[in-house]
Write a protein that binds this ligand. Structure first.
Ligand SMILES: [Zn+2]
Length: 466
């Protein structure tokens, strides 16, 4: 049931939506590129602009949180609802570089609305996330003079370069940032107008493997035949990593995958897309086979581990000549799902590769843990509450989705704050083109996301009540 105050907040939004769109345009106008070689002063200017927007919408204690070597984070709060739960709202204000400016139809740092979409770098990823929070809070404070719960905002400035200082910042400011749940507005919806809650992210580990057999490359005619070929040896080793259906053949990995819950099975069955859409979106060539043993490809991508050969090298295409190479090298990546342990997975991979090395070749490995998987049980009351808010805000029931990729900051945020639950909500859609040219945001979905968050505050005020 929507209370009279929430109804007033929604009405207020309808009358003032353009102001929030202007806030977003003002944020897009600052080229806050977090990459090395771009001016750090713009990240500071961006943080100050975010602070200005938050202040103008009634947030309090607005300030930059500084940590040496990191672009400024922005903090703000409204905590005048004693006894009510506290939400930590997350978004990030840094962006990717514009890419090839000639391929942009309008200037990357001058937001422009065309055919219902707002174009500009950061319009979707993730300056829209910042303004969804400020607009929802502003609508409540303007219309009702209060919020139904307490909110704290953390707007990051280094997400696009791996959130390097985030865990440290959370440790230093743990009391300031402590909350009962976190709302992260930085993921994608399954389709335009179709709200989606992300409940699973895959983790990532990588290994570089080098195979050597000779002191130096030799003439393939003079010496070839009796001597072991390191490139051939590496290919034979890599070929043992998967079964013909694409599943991982390294012992100790596939058998640790957590079974789907009934809830998950239902949500995969109800996805409004399958093999045809997946083929098209991935750009698979005609005649190529879909792997995954007959599973829904989204299930394979979100809830199964996968192994990829990211790069492979022995001599080079440019230098190809009649030799037996002295060495061959490859980088192998494994995406992790529950309950795979990053370290054990790498150990299993290393052991398997060494065991399958033929002809006594020398094998050396260098491994790296990118990050663990993240998974949350959507059976928690928090998700039913969010489901009601999104259904009312978008006019459509939300989907529970996973993500085949990894978002590095989700695990540290939830862990540093004592394992609090996280809601990952989207403003992007499949046409947003984040990180690429002509990034854009559906203005309709932006409005629906703000409406949903207005309602979410009220829903979570009761769902999280102690
Ligand atoms: Zn983002």
């Amino acid at each position: 049931m929507t209370s009279p105050s929430a109804t007033k907040a929604l009405e207020h939004l309808e009358g003032h939506f353009e102001e929030h769109l202007s806030d977003l345009k003002a944020l897009v106008a600052v080229p806050s590129v977090a990459f090395a070689g771009f001016p750090p002063a713009e990240l500071r200017r961006s943080a100050e602009e975010v602070a200005r927007v938050l202040r103008s919408r009634g947030l309090e204690e607005v300030r930059l949180l500084e940590i040496e070597g990191a672009p400024p984070y922005v903090f703000a709060e409204w905590v005048e609802a004693p006894g009510k739960p506290t939400l930590l709202l997350y978004a990030h204000h840094d962006v990717q570089p514009a890419g090839d400016e000639k391929r942009w139809k309008s200037k990357p740092f001058e937001a422009e609305v065309r055919e219902g979409r707002l174009f500009g770098r950061g319009s979707a990823d993730d300056k829209a996330g910042v303004v969804v929070h400020s607009a929802a809070i502003g609508s409540w404070l303007q219309a009702a003079g209060r919020l139904p719960l307490n909110v704290k905002l953390l707007i990051e400035g280094e997400e696009e370069v791996g959130s390097e200082h985030l865990a440290e910042l959370l440790r230093r400011h743990r009391d300031l940032l402590q909350a009962d749940a976190i709302v992260i507005t930085d993921t994608a919806n399954f389709d335009t107008g179709l709200p989606s809650i992300t409940t699973a992210l895959r983790g990532l580990v990588t290994a570089e493997v080098e195979v050597r057999a000779l002191e130096s490359s030799v003439h393939s005619g003079m010496w070839g035949g009796p001597i072991p070929d390191p490139a051939m040896a590496l290919c034979r080793m890599l070929a043992t990593l998967v079964h013909p259906d694409g599943s991982i053949a390294v012992p100790g990995i596939q058998e640790k995958v957590r079974a789907l819950t009934e809830e998950e099975k239902k949500s995969f069955a109800s996805l409004p897309a399958g093999e045809a859409e997946y083929r098209k979106q991935a750009g698979m060539l005609e005649g190529t086979e879909m792997l995954g043993g007959g599973r829904n490809p989204y299930e394979t991508n979100w809830r199964q581990p996968s192994i990829s050969i990211n790069a492979i090298q022995a001599s080079s295409r440019k230098d190809a000549r009649n030799i037996v190479c002295d060495a061959a090298w490859a980088r192998v990546g494994i995406r992790l799902v529950p309950d795979l342990d990053a370290k054990q997975t790498l150990e299993a991979l290393a052991e398997h590769l060494k065991r399958h090395a033929p002809w006594g070749v020398k094998v050396e490995l260098k491994t790296d843990i990118g990050g663990g998987w993240w998974y949350t049980d959507p059976g928690q009351p928090l998700f039913q509450a969010a489901g009601r808010a999104l259904t009312a805000g978008f006019g459509r029931e939300p989907l529970l989705v996973g993500c085949g990729g990894s978002i590095g900051f989700v695990d540290p945020i939830t862990r540093e704050l004592g394992g609090i639950p996280a809601l990952l909500l989207g403003v992007e859609d499949p046409y947003s083109n984040p990180h690429s040219e002509n990034e854009s945001l559906s203005v309709g979905d932006f409005r629906s996301a703000i409406r949903s968050e207005i309602l979410l505050f009220e829903e979570l005020a009761s769902a999280l009540a102690r």
